[in-house]
Design a protein around this ligand. Structure first.
Ligand code: PNW
Length: 483
């Protein structure tokens, strides 16, 4: 690859004529301003971090909280690594004031948290639990007092167990219960919280929880029921959008946090870019595509054949409820290439030698953070995009000097942010970025061994120690450019 192409793919764009002047400077020491000004983000770009209730809060028996499917699942022998549960996690339920003070010191401008549905409605529906309401009110007040904007996710996987007993996300009744809970929660938070996301990663909780059985509720319901469940999930999302707007006390923005399959051209030439555009619609047919377009693609319905979901036009209209923003959770690239078939693309699986982070599924594909937002913007005209999660696991160790030198996480973040900058520099309307995650936390079925934090947590003492990546992120925020 020649240097100009290399600089383009890494996001370091140069003005015309600057190439020749740069070449000798590679031999000299490159002036700092040249190296860094290339990745300056727009003024007002928001930098934050993301967490989820069950992964950080702990205190599962406190404050009148009801039982969630993750309590049941994690306490079922053999379901999680080392039998780890979220019973204590980061004890964020008690330690949030100190954690928010730490965020403030790091310069974080936004914080994405989720509300535990079973804290608000221990029985899924019915009478709200005032102690749960009080907890999130205090959390939000403490964030605002620290100058940090709260971004609230209403569902990050901790479904009340009583609702799973009624069929969980397969049930129409549960979809309506979600709308009621969304409306109620947005009602009491919306005088202070201005950005709401309905759900986190429909694809993960649906597919991993009900198809693969590796996450709560640990079922394997088969293709036909799965297709209907996916439809019910996007329908519940649509109902929730309406309920949030109906109950909001002031102007709020409503979106979702979707782990879009980031269709990424295997090499950046027109035919494969076109394949990625097609792949983006088809790979996300049952989530983002139907939400944005209000219809299932022909290819999706044809592929499912007799297993296709039943739906009405009225449901599609609800699913298509307009959103103010789209949050994209992005960790990996889904490589595609052009193909002479119905769909116009095929997936390109990674060979076993492909590099990944500590979690085997977490392959390194920084360009996903360029193509994901770019193609979403192009395909669906989305006007406001956030990266609601991006980050990685690392086998962090405390060095003899007490520091945690997570150079691999710094490498990961630097490369992904450089690609995100490339999108922003082209005018893709990405408004902010949330690093997953602030703290090492309960990584679902992978337990506590897979650490995603930029802050190390000693789970025996709950001591927090910022890692090298926290210092990296701090300097990114302070300068608004990739370091
Ligand atoms: C997301 N996969 O989950 C979630 O939103 C977070 O709660 C989670 O901690 C984070 O990413 C890191 O994993 C995923 O297997 C879990 O492909 C699993 C997968 C993807 C995302």
């Amino acid at each position: 690859m020649d240097r100009r192409k290399f600089l383009q793919t890494t996001g370091l764009t140069l003005g015309a004529g600057s190439l020749s002047s740069l070449v000798p400077s590679v031999l000299r020491a490159e002036p700092e301003s040249v190296a860094h000004s290339a990745t300056k983000f727009p003024t007002g770009f928001l930098w934050g971090s993301a967490t989820a209730s069950y992964q950080v809060e702990g205190a599962v028996h406190e404050g009148g909280r009801g039982v969630s499917i993750w309590d049941t699942f994690s306490h079922t022998p053999g379901k999680t690594a080392n039998g780890d549960t979220g019973d204590v996690a980061d004890d964020f339920y008690h330690r949030y004031p100190q954690d928010i003070a730490m965020m403030k010191r790091m310069g974080l401008q936004t914080f994405r948290f989720s509300v535990a549905w079973p804290r608000i409605f221990p029985n899924g529906t019915g009478k709200p639990n005032q102690q749960g309401v009080d907890f999130y009110n205090k959390l939000v007040d403490t964030l605002l007092a620290a100058g940090i904007q709260p971004y609230c996710t209403l569902f990050h996987w901790d479904l009340p167990q009583v609702l799973q007993d009624k069929g969980g996300w397969e049930s129409r009744e549960v979809a309506h219960a979600f709308a009621d809970y969304s409306g109620y929660t947005a009602g009491f938070l919306s005088d202070r919280v201005k950005n709401f996301m309905t759900m986190n990663e429909m694809r993960s909780f649906a597919m991993i929880g009900y198809r693969d059985g590796r996450h709560a509720p640990g079922l394997q319901i088969g293709r036909k029921r799965m297709a209907q469940l996916n439809h019910n999930v996007v329908y519940a999302h649509g109902l929730s959008v309406g309920a949030i707007r109906a109950h909001a006390k002031g102007p709020v923005k409503v979106g979702l946090a979707d782990n879009l399959e980031a269709a990424t051209p295997c090499i950046e030439i027109p035919e494969h870019i076109e394949a990625a555009r097609k792949g983006m619609r088809e790979l996300n047919a049952m989530y983002q595509t139907v939400i944005q377009e209000g219809r299932y693609t022909d290819h999706y319905l044809k592929t499912l054949g007799p297993d296709a979901p039943h739906f009405t036009q009225e449901e599609l209209d609800i699913i298509k409820s307009p959103l103010d923003f789209v949050g994209i959770n992005c960790y990996t690239a889904h490589y595609v290439r052009a193909a002479d078939n119905d769909a116009g693309f095929v997936s390109v699986p990674n060979p076993s030698s492909y590099p990944h982070m500590y979690s085997p599924w977490l392959t390194v594909g920084p360009e996903a953070l360029y193509w994901g937002p770019k193609l979403s913007h192009e395909l669906w005209g989305i006007k406001e995009i956030y990266i609601t999660e991006n980050g990685c696991s690392s086998a962090d160790k405390i060095a003899e000097d007490g520091h945690i030198y997570d150079t691999d996480r710094v490498m990961y973040l630097r490369n992904y942010l450089t690609q995100l900058h490339r999108a922003v520099a082209e005018g893709v309307p990405v408004k902010g970025y949330f690093c997953w995650s602030l703290l090492d936390n309960y990584e679902w079925a992978d337990g506590y061994d897979k650490r995603f934090g930029i802050v190390y947590v000693d789970f025996a003492t709950q001591k927090r120690t910022p890692k090298l990546s926290a210092h990296f992120y701090e300097s990114v925020i302070a300068s608004n450019e990739v370091k």
